[in-house]
Design a protein around this ligand. Structure first.
Ligand code: HEM
Ligand SMILES: [Cu+2]
Length: 549
């Protein structure tokens, strides 16, 4: 049985690649917008033809923050499910394609509206900014499509559980299911916001919108969204990297527990994005800040587990001393090195996140470009570099080609560009933010105010970093095109790690979804019911729509 599933079925591979192509197309276009933004903000470039800064900023945020990530993750998860629990059934594969189609139609609607300047509402589409209704309809289709896709994955996992009663499922499939469940639960919030508030309002069926409710529903989704991006990177770190370095997974149970903790503590925390928002009692903000800090636990467990894997491996190879094992790691293999750089970037990224979540310190950085610096370290470095590392074996595996030595070298050079570019851009964003410079603001000197003039050198530095980064985007597109269409034919392994021999047996309770989903619902109700009821009962006057572009 094992031999029949070690290669992803051709038909599943095609499905998976469809998602991945869209992801990289989004990266190419979105990356160009990013470069333009840094150039505009440095004061050295004016956009031609009356294109406005906020239009390209919206395209950048939507294409990269929502497009690249979601498409890549679903493509990777389909491959992971097919590889670990078996070829998809015809029905599941068909659902995968239906989901894809819905998402594509939705993406086309939303992107067209952004590019025609009818939806310049940034990727958070905050009310009372009001976009064309097709933008909201597009988002709805995107979400519904992703539900269909996740449903197909979950169904495939259920089929395996039924065929293998009493056995823990393959770790990677368990992780895919956890992430898909989290996605479904959190997108209910944004789906509610779009369907019941923004769509009727943009169609003119109702005049006003309850802004506070809409933002609360958005962040109910917006925070777990970042864990939806992060968990696939964790899948690669926990399950794939050990195999690539030739080691073992440190502990199956620990990995599952970490994923469960993320599921539980990622959703009831959205208020930490609304710390400066009026209309929410400070005590409720406090509750959610505490819950936010709970996710530090699985994060540290992950760091511990990764280093345990590396050290265990190094010692097996005869490494001596406290850090001797570092020398034994395969530094020249891009499939290891690139995600490893991502892991390292997560150290300052996580530290910045703790600062953002802390009520008092949030007052200093809120809505400054510090925040932009933060998520270019987390999602655009840690997550994205790990996705690149995954692509280096996944794409050739799915297209029946190989990752050559030459591409490996180029991939390492690519990662160096990305790291240098991001270090320059993100550091200057953090520093500029501490000096008070706002995010989401085109070039201005505020009538040559002294404080604003202080910001300019940092914006020039961001343009330098952004240019190096853009070179990284060109290189990754070259590599991806090579792996998909031009690399020599052959067999590239889909590496799936095995658990260390002396690890504890996995307790089945970790896969008892009834328990975890019940706790999840309880936590959400505790964190949201009272403040949410308050927002509706004591609602401020609703707002009409604004179009500021
Ligand atoms: C060439 C690479 C990139 C460059 C030069 C770049 C540059 C920028 C700049 C200058 C801003 C906003 C400045 C402002 O607030 O006015 C920004 C915002 C943003 N970037 Fe990037 N970025 C790059 C890659 C990425 C990647 C890979 C992602 C995600 C995977 C990403 C996600 C975002 C998001 C979500 C925003 C926020 C948009 C908003 O505030 O509405 N960026 N980027
Ligand atoms: Cu958050």
């Amino acid at each position: 049985m094992i031999t029949t599933i070690s290669k992803v079925d051709k038909r599943d591979a095609r499905l998976s690649m469809a998602y991945i192509y869209v992801a990289f197309a989004a990266l190419a276009i979105g990356g160009l917008m990013g470069l333009l933004q840094t150039l505009v903000r440095s004061g050295r470039l004016e956009l031609p033809g009356g294109i406005n800064y906020y239009e390209i900023l919206t395209a950048h945020g939507v294409l990269l923050g929502l497009g690249l990530t979601t498409y890549f993750i679903l493509g990777f998860q389909f491959a992971a499910i097919s590889r670990t629990v078996g070829t998809l059934s015809t029905k599941a594969r068909l659902s995968g394609w239906v989901g894809f189609l819905l998402m594509i139609i939705g993406t086309l609607f939303a992107t067209t509206m952004i590019l025609t300047n009818k939806a310049t509402v940034l990727y958070t589409f905050y009310a009372p900014l009001q976009a064309h209704f097709l933008f909201y309809l597009g988002l709805t289709l995107l979400i519904v499509g992703s539900w269909v896709a996740c449903g197909a994955m979950i169904a495939t996992y259920i089929r395996w559980r039924k065929q293998n009663p009493g056995k823990p499922s393959p770790l990677l499939s368990f992780m895919v299911v956890t992430n898909s469940l989290m996605w479904i639960v959190c997108t209910l919030g944004v789906a509610g916001e779009v369907l019941f508030q923004l769509l009727p309002w943009s169609l003119g069926w109702v005049d006003t919108v309850n802004v506070l409710v809409s933002r609360t529903l958005f962040w109910y989704f917006g925070h777990p969204l970042v864990y939806f991006w992060l968990l696939p990177a964790y899948m690669a770190w926990y399950v794939i990297i050990p195999k690539i370095i030739g080691g073992r997974i440190f502990s199956d149970s620990l990995a599952r527990l970490v994923f469960i903790l993320f599921l539980l503590f990622s959703i009831p925390v959205g208020f930490h994005h609304q710390l400066t928002e009026p209309g929410i009692n400070a005590n409720w903000k406090f509750v959610q800040v505490i819950l936010t800090f709970m996710v530090i636990i699985p994060s540290l467990m992950t760091a511990f587990s990764m280093f345990a894997t590396f050290e265990m491996f190094g010692r097996l190879k005869g490494a001596k001393g406290l850090f001797g094992w570092l020398k034994k790691l395969p530094w020249k293999d891009a499939r290891f090195l690139v995600p490893f750089i991502g892991m390292v970037a997560f150290v300052p990224a996580g530290a910045g996140g703790i600062i953002n979540a802390s009520n008092q310190m949030n007052q200093v950085v809120h809505n400054t470009i510090w925040v932009t610096g933060h998520f270019h370290l987390t999602v655009a470095t840690t997550v994205v570099l790990t996705f690149f590392g995954i692509s280096y074996w996944l794409i050739p595996h799915l297209t029946g080609r190989v990752f050559t030595k030459a591409m490996n070298r180029l991939a390492i050079f690519q990662a160096i560009c990305w790291t240098i570019g991001m270090a320059i851009m993100s550091t200057s964003m953090h520093l500029e933010g501490l000096l008070g410079a706002p995010r989401r603001t085109a070039y201005t000197t505020y009538g040559d105010a002294a404080q604003a003039l202080d910001w300019i050198p940092y914006q020039v530095a961001q343009a330098v970093g952004g240019s190096v980064l853009f070179l990284g985007i060109v290189l990754i597109i070259v590599i991806i095109l090579n792996l998909a269409f031009f690399a020599p034919k052959g067999n590239q392994e889909f590496p799936v790690g095995e658990v260390a021999e002396n690890a504890e047996k996995t307790p089945m309770v970790l896969e008892n979804w009834k328990i975890w989903l019940t706790i999840l619902v309880a936590l959400i109700l505790i964190a949201y019911t009272v403040p949410f009821a308050d927002m509706i009962q004591n609602a401020p006057p609703g707002s009409k729509g604004f179009k500021l572009w």
